[in-house]
Design a protein. Sequence first.
Length: 145
Amino acid sequence: MPRLDAERIGLLRSLTVTVTAIRRQIEADLMAEYELPLSWFEVMSALQRQGGTMRVHDVCNSLDEVASSLSRRLDRMEEEGYVSREPAPTPADRRAVDLSLTRDGRLLWRDANVIYRRGVQRHFAHVVTDSDVHALQRVLSKLTR
């Protein structure tokens, strides 16, 4: 096992700072065009990937967040008309809630996804070669074992 040294500590710090900066730049793009926070877009994307509806618990898992941190965001998104919450049709667990994209939410996600993808290209992907992708995937897979 490699020893912990200043270079590895610095690398972790650089990763954290770089990812945060990229996320801020992409969020600025979304905010400029649609006044849409990246965290809202990520909820919409999680729902979109699953056909538009998920249990709130599963959204939390998908975003690696706890329910308490997501609750206020979902309240605001629901107030804006982008998502709706309904009791899940599960008699075994009456606390289960389904979260769905509304029509307005789907339309906003579709339009914002263009801006998001442009942002990923402009702020990240344009400098990442295929070999970089493979190397990063290899390192990330080691970290998530």
